[in-house]
Every structure is written in C-alpha cells, then in structure tokens.
Design a protein around this ligand. Structure first.
Ligand code: IDP
Ligand code: MG
Length: 145
C-alpha cells in the first residue's frame, strides 16, 4: 500500500457526549493506531453546522439534523495517519446504526431511536476534499498549519 498520510475531522455528536462515549470513541481511534492532533469540546452555531452539512440542504432530515447537532456540546478532533479518512469511516460503520456492522462505533453503540434524524454518535470526513474543508470550519485557528 502506498503511504498516504491524511488528516480527518471526527465529531462526537451530542448523543455521544450525552451518553459519555467520548472516551470510547477516542479509545477506538487511538487503539487503531491513529494520532489525535487536535481536540476540543464546543457548542457551535447553527450557521456553522449549516455550512458543515451544506450537501444535505433541502433534504427532509436537514432541519432535524441541525436541531440535533445544536442539542448539546460536541467534541471535535483531528486524527492523522495513513489512510485515516477511509480507516475512520470503517471504524464508524455505516450511517444507519441499526444495520451498521457490530464491531463498529455505530454498530456497537447506537440504534434507531425513532427520531427524524439518525443519531449515530460520530461524524467522519468522507474524502480528502471534505476533510480539508471541514477541518477549516471547525479548527480555523489552525489555518496555515
Ligand atoms: P455520514 O454521517 O455517514 O457521512 P451523511 O449521509 O453524510 O452520513 O448524513 C449526515 C448525517 O445526517 C448522518 O450521520 C445522520 O445523522 C443524518 N442522516 C443521513 N441520512 C439520513 C436519513 O435518511 N434519515 C435521517 N437522518 C439521516
Ligand atoms: Mg457524511
């Protein structure tokens, strides 16, 4: 495999923070072998989430998604490593926690709560372009680093 050191944005969503799963998410990222290079607990604005989730604007779950993301603090982190973008998406599991594979964060720790938006513990960037865009949104103070 070619060496491809990447960075990805990971968010522990409000459900993960409420359920005290921050440490569990960090444990899974670190024991997989990725390095966490930045980390903070924040409560961002609606505008920030609207930019972050702009690709979903207009979908039926967009407003519920913003409401959910605003429902409590989140933890934002940057993880680094070879192919970390793909690797964390694998660790996270598929979007729907009901069918996410056991062994994954979503498969082990989340389930359908019957809400309008799927509550699934974590966000992870899905491409190099998304990672760069999302890191700039959540960590503007790192600009130029
Ligand atoms: P991802 O988080 O696995 O990348 P996306 O398609 O980017 O999934 O969707 C962003 C978030 O919006 C999901 O993590 C989930 O919380 C929510 N979501 C996505 N699709 C649906 C849906 O069909 N119904 C309800 N909520 C959804
Ligand atoms: Mg996504």
């Amino acid at each position: 495999m070619a060496v491809s050191i990447e960075r990805t944005l990971i968010l522990v969503k409000p459900d993960g923070v409420r359920r005290a799963l921050v440490g569990e998410v960090i444990r899974r990222v670190e024991t997989k072998g990725y390095q966490i290079s930045a980390l903070k607990m924040i409560q961002p604005t609606r505008d920030l989430f609207a930019v972050h989730y702009a690709e979903h604007d207009g979908k039926p779950f967009f407003e519920p998604l913003l409401e959910f993301m605003l429902s409590g603090p989140i933890v934002a982190m940057i993880a680094e490593g070879n192919r970390v973008i793909e690797g964390f998406r694998k660790l996270a599991g598929t979007t729907d926690p009901t069918t996410a594979e056991p062994g994954t964060i979503r498969g082990d720790l989340a389930r359908d709560q019957g809400t309008k938006v799927v509550q699934n513990i974590v966000h992870g960037s899905d491409s190099v372009e998304s990672a760069n865009r999302e890191i700039a949104i959540f960590f503007p103070e790192l600009k130029g680093n």
